[in-house]
Design a protein around this ligand. Structure first.
Ligand SMILES: [Zn+2]
Ligand SMILES: [Zn+2]
Length: 396
């Protein structure tokens, strides 16, 4: 196995330098102005790339290979989160209240590394490789949707791939699976309208807190009694706000939550099932309600043959002992938007280790990555670009 060090002098150090610069200067979705400028400036150093800005804060680099083949899209997300970093290393965030707590700094560094490897050896590249540094993964409706719907990014793309670092997997491990991989993250909002009154006389009021509590518990009956155990469904009420003091029954209660599914049919049924419970409980207790169900990103369903190609790439790149069949997760990802337009698959690269203290969950103020994972990610994505590009293009 040739390492990146053999292929490309100093790339290992360069990957770390890119990641640390990005980590130090995080920006949230749709505001990645300096991030996009930095990415573009680094890509300008590389020969043979055509650069453009599909949107204000996204960057596209295109490399034409010297052999015929497919058009492959590689995607890295570049945005950070509104979190105050608690890490104290020297490259911790310089932007108060903003932090790369999901590993997108790593994804960006990895794709820059892949751009460098590809541009050094265009004679090995088949077809065309499009590298999209995508803005705003963390904020719905998401940067991917904008790129897919409002730019020509996907025109002529035969296959798409990308990766997410995963702190819950050991650094250097690669995990792929065919089929359903990540859930659709939908949102619910509910206002229960009761009738306020004195806390001593609930019989003269309609208590929206008591009704809301019934709604919260009854929603779990959908999960346990209306949907089969083989069909994954999560309903979590994550916000419940009502009242102002100890002796006043309030008028209203506000609830919010998240609904996660894989199956498109169950997803379409979910709003009706949820509203039926809300309506029944509210009517039973004399309250009225206002209910909103908002569809978020689509579920991320990997195309079987692309997942199989990635499994082969992983076996060639990291070997059997560092390969895992990925477990599906109820988390969401706007990578699913690309899969509406072309076959593709998304995979995980482990970034957790004791030595790097990088097992904190994603979105935690102490989140960080074991930087060994940068090299694994770059090797995987580079090899994937070569292998996927070498196939027959889709007939059009
Ligand atoms: Zn995230
Ligand atoms: Zn993420």
């Amino acid at each position: 196995m040739t390492t990146l060090e053999d292929r490309s002098a100093g790339l290992r150090e360069q990957l770390r330098a890119w990641r640390r610069h990005l980590h130090m200067h995080p920006e949230v979705g749709f505001h990645e102005v300096e991030t996009a400028r930095y990415i573009e400036s680094q890509l300008r150093e590389l020969p043979g790339l055509t650069l453009s800005r599909p949107t204000e804060t996204s960057v596209l680099a295109v490399l034409k290979g010297q052999k015929p083949g497919r058009t492959v899209l590689l995607r890295a997300d570049i945005d950070a989160l509104p979190i105050q970093e608690e890490n104290t290393f020297e490259f911790a965030s310089k932007n108060p209240g903003v932090m790369h707590a999901c590993g997108h700094d790593g994804h960006t560094a990895i794709l820059l590394g892949v751009a460098r490897l590809l541009s050094e050896h265009p004679e090995e590249v088949s077809g065309e490789v499009r590298m999209i540094f995508q803005h705003a993964e963390e904020i719905g409706p998401g940067g991917a949707e904008e790129l897919v719907m409002q730019t020509g990014l996907m025109d002529g793309v035969d296959v798409v791939t990308g990766l997410h670092l995963n702190s819950q997997l050991p650094a250097g491990v690669v995990a792929v699976k065919p089929g359903a991989f990540m859930a659709a993250p939908d949102m619910i909002e509910l206002t229960i309208q009761g009738r306020g009154g004195h806390g001593a006389h609930p019989e003269e009021a309609v208590d929206p807190i008591a009704v809301g509590a019934q709604v919260v518990t009854n929603l779990q009956h959908i999960v346990s009694r209306h949907v089969g155990a083989q069909d994954a469904l999560v309903i979590s009420v994550t916000y419940f706000q009502s009242g102002s003091t100890h002796n006043v029954i309030p008028d209203t209660a506000r609830l919010m939550g998240t609904v996660r599914t894989f199956d498109p049919e169950l997803r379409q049924k979910a709003p009706g099932l949820i509203e039926r419970v809300i309506k029944g409980v509210c009517e039973a207790h004399g309250a009225t309600y206002d209910f909103k169900y908002e569809f978020g990103y689509r579920p991320l369903i990997n195309t079987d043959w692309v997942a199989e190609e990635l499994r082969q790439v992983a076996l060639d790149t990291v070997g059997e002992e560092r390969f895992r069949v990925a477990k599906p997760t109820m988390g969401g990802e706007d990578f699913s938007a690309y899969l509406e337009k072309a076959p593709g698959a998304y995979f995980n690269v482990g970034s957790g280790s004791e030595e790097a203290d990088s097992r904190w969950p994603h979105h935690h103020p102490r989140f960080t990555i074991d930087e060994e994972s940068l090299e694994t990610g770059a090797q995987m994505l580079y090899a994937a670009a070569l292998r996927l590009g070498a196939g027959e293009p889709e007939p059009r």
